[in-house]
Ligand binder design. Structure first.
Ligand code: AMP
Ligand code: MG
Length: 330
């Protein structure tokens, strides 16, 4: 169980009740938590992150019974999904009750609900016995934290308490599915894919923006880079493109996060071998981006994994972190 003493969990609960901010581990990434019924506490999350108020927060609860307190409707599909995947990395978007303050949902009439499976998170939520809004515990648009140290590096004393539950197991943010439309639709891919969801609830769509490479092929100025290191990041599928870039940047420090090659092409260029298994890749991705960033190279190149179903979530995050190499500024 937790790496944290029992009375520290009680202290976290008291802080949440007082409208303060508590960072806690989940199986996906570390969250920055606050009481979802307290507008002032929620505004403190947005302030600590520098997050635009238009981006809704996920509300964490201890289980189905709690979730039903905050969802105005609980359709059969919600029951089936929660039974199959909670506690776990699935966020279900449903109409919200008024108990959840509007700031949480960026003014929307809906709320994203999730029951995390990290034992420390679950224990905190059980004892708090209320809804905890928690985005990832990083500054807005930066890489999500997967260790307590990452949270300290990102937020320092902007957070009142950090619970250390070790390194996150999944490593990328939860799958978000909305049940508010005609057909259940994945808004953000994650560890739980459409192939896992469809057998439980039938047809599942993936928001087209996620699937299409259009996200990737926006012109550089338009491309919305999120979850991104400070260093310019470029992704590539073809090593010939990477080699050409490296030839043009001899003597510059460049780090390549590679899948299929390990030898550095030339001096100053450093190749980091990434896991070739999608789950292991996801688990290591953000730590790899952070440590590459910390070495302050002139650029980070990332070899894209195959355009295959099991890589959907990783490709989505790489699409947000890195521009296509072919679209780099001249
Ligand atoms: P984060 O808190 O940064 O892990 O991500 C929260 C994300 O969950 C948002 O950026 C949305 O993509 C999604 N989300 C949360 N709540 C809602 C909601 N009510 N409706 C639609 N999407 C949501
Ligand atoms: Mg985030």
């Amino acid at each position: 169980m937790p790496l944290v003493a029992d009375d520290v969990i009680d202290q976290a609960v008291r802080l949440l009740r007082d409208g303060r901010l508590v960072a806690f581990p989940t199986e996906t990434v570390y969250g920055l938590g606050a009481d979802a019924t307290n507008s002032q506490a929620i505004r403190a999350i947005f302030a600590a992150k520098g997050r635009p108020a238009t981006n809704p927060l996920i509300v964490h609860i201890a289980g189905i019974e709690q979730a039903r307190r905050y969802a105005r409707q609980w359709p059969e599909a919600a029951q089936k999904l929660a039974q199959a995947f909670w506690p776990g990395p699935l966020t279900i978007v449903l109409p919200r009750t008024d108990a959840i303050v509007p700031e949480v949902s960026a003014g929307l009439d809906t709320v994203g609900l999730r029951c995390p499976r990290h034992p420390l998170a679950l224990e905190l939520l059980r004892r708090f016995d209320g809804p905890v809004a928690a985005p990832s515990a990083n500054r807005s648009n930066r890489v999500s934290p997967t260790t307590a140290q990452h949270v300290r590096d990102e937020l320092g004393d902007r957070v009142d308490l950090i619970l250390d539950g070790g390194a996150c197991d999944v490593g990328i943010e939860s799958t978000v599915i909305t049940l508010c439309g005609e057909v259940p639709t994945i808004l953000r891919p994650g560890d739980i894919g459409p192939e896992d969801l469809a057998p439980i609830i039938g047809e599942v769509r993936v928001m087209s923006q996620v699937l299409s490479e259009k996200v990737a092929s926006f012109s550089p100025g338009q491309h919305r880079v999120h979850y991104s290191p400070v260093t310019p990041c470029y992704r590539f599928s073809d090593w010939q493109d990477a080699e050409e870039y490296l030839r043009e940047h001899v003597g510059k420090s460049v780090i390549v996060l590679a899948l299929s090659r390990v030898t550095p092409p030339s001096a100053g260029h450093h190749v980091v071998a990434m896991p070739t298994d999608p789950d292991a890749y996801a688990r290591h991705l953000y730590a790899a981006l952070r440590s590459a960033d910390a070495r302050k190279p002139s650029a980070i190149l990332i070899e894209s994994p195959a355009d295959a179903a099991q890589w959907l979530a990783v490709r989505d995050r790489l699409g947000r972190a890195a521009r296509p190499l072919s679209h780099r500024p001249a």
